[in-house]
Design a binder for this molecule. Structure first.
Ligand SMILES: NC(=O)c1ccc[n+]([C@@H]2O[C@H](COP(=O)([O-])OP(=O)(O)OC[C@H]3O[C@@H](n4cnc5c(N)ncnc54)[C@H](O)[C@@H]3O)[C@@H](O)[C@H]2O)c1
Length: 337
């Protein structure tokens, strides 16, 4: 039996979801929806399914939808997610949202609460952790190969000139980095951050509007200490991301989400090297692996608590993000409740 899927928001990323679902024999796209008529029509033609111009219209059509991808964007790439997500969840449809879950913490809380109240599967496309290399590293951690984890360092950066909001960089990019850090370190208790605007010749005072560089210190609940370096003024030959997890027995370094994984034993020189584990060559392929997992968990009717990279995970990450902003604005260490 195939999973009947709808896609809401068929812009850049919605079309990536569409392509992934089309290739997956475990599902069938039964509806697409976009408030821009041409986009909905084009996607509908591509999928040979009905196209709708609002979620409401799609819901009253009576089409059976078993799961929906929610790929709207909006302010800070998350401002439009709330209303259509609430409509879908209210109608009893499991949702795979895009990141950030929302740029508004209260709205993120409401979506997670509604999904919880209705016992619905709610996932978010925090795709950076869905790589064979991250899974291998997670197995090492679970098997105790690293000993007790002491330190987690993450760097994530790209060139992004977006100047639509001071907080675009931390809110739109770092759900990814912080999710990967939480994947290995668990929940975070305390946050401290410094931000720096990059230079921009025609910007106010020669600077960007966006706080485009950040250094964040994290204290995890279990005592692990973490650090995140983030930038929108970096990229090209720098690579996309570097994750380093340091334990009492060994450390690993994971470069560019899926590309290069190294295991460094603390007391020997026998370094293990893995490149392109599982045949995954680049970050772009994580849309396939993340969405495949979402489909698999829906087909298996996993309970909402079992969903990988859930709405609740995304909410926890957004709380850390808001704490970085508060820390910078108040010059304090912020404790998460
Ligand atoms: N996971 C990742 O790696 C990754 C990478 C890039 C972007 N994203 C995220 O993907 C999301 C989409 O980004 P994008 O670049 O595709 O944006 P986009 O602007 O190209 O597409 C969004 C689409 O949603 C439609 N839309 C808005 N409100 C709607 C509503 N109420 N009902 C139906 N359609 C509606 C818009 O008309 C538009 O076509 C963002 O949240 C972004 O942060 C994720």
């Amino acid at each position: 039996m195939t999973l009947k899927v709808a896609i809401v928001g068929v812009g850049n990323i919605g079309n990536i979801h569409l392509g992934v679902y089309q290739k997956n024999p475990a599902c069938q796209i039964v509806a697409v929806c976009d408030i821009i008529k041409e986009r909905a029509d084009k996607a509908a033609a591509q999928c040979s399914c009905p196209g709708f111009y609002s979620v409401k219209e799609m819901l009253v059509s009576g089409i059976q939808i078993e799961a929906a991808s929610m790929c709207t964007a909006g302010v800070e790439n998350g401002g439009d997610h709330y209303t259509p997500t609430m409509e879908l969840l209210s109608a009893g449809i499991p949702v795979l949202g895009e990141k950030p879950i929302s740029n508004n913490l209260q709205q993120a809380e409401e979506m997670v609460t509604l999904a919880h109240g209705k016992n619905l599967r709610y996932g978010v496309n925090l795709n950076h952790r869905f790589t064979p290399a991250a899974l291998r590293a997670k197995e090492w951690v679970t098997a105790g190969r690293l000993g007790e984890i002491n330190i987690i360092n993450m760097t994530m950066w790209i060139n992004n000139p977006n100047e639509t909001s001071p907080w675009f960089h931390i809110r739109a990019l770092h759900p990814h980095s912080l999710d990967v850090m939480r994947y290995f370190g668990g929940d975070v208790e305390k946050v401290q951050a410094f931000f720096k605007r990059g230079p921009r010749q025609d910007g106010p005072h020669g600077q960007r509007v966006c706080w485009s560089n950040v250094q964040v210190n994290l204290l995890f609940k279990n005592g692990i200490i973490g650090h995140l370096t983030g930038s929108y003024d970096a990229g090209g030959s720098y690579g996309l991301e570097t994750l380093e997890v340091v334990g009492s027995e060994a450390r690993f370094v994971l470069l560019d989400a899926c590309e290069h994984l190294r295991f460094y034993p603390r007391f020997s020189q026998e370094v293990e090297s893995y490149d392109y584990l599982g045949g995954m060559m680049s970050f772009g392929e994580t849309f396939n692996s993340r969405i495949a997992r979402w489909v698999e968990q829906n087909v298996a009717k996993d309970s909402p608590e079992q969903i990988d990279a859930s709405g609740e995970d995304a909410l926890k990450v957004q709380r850390i993000i808001e704490a970085t902003i508060k820390s910078w604005e108040t010059g304090t260490v912020v404790t998460l409740s």
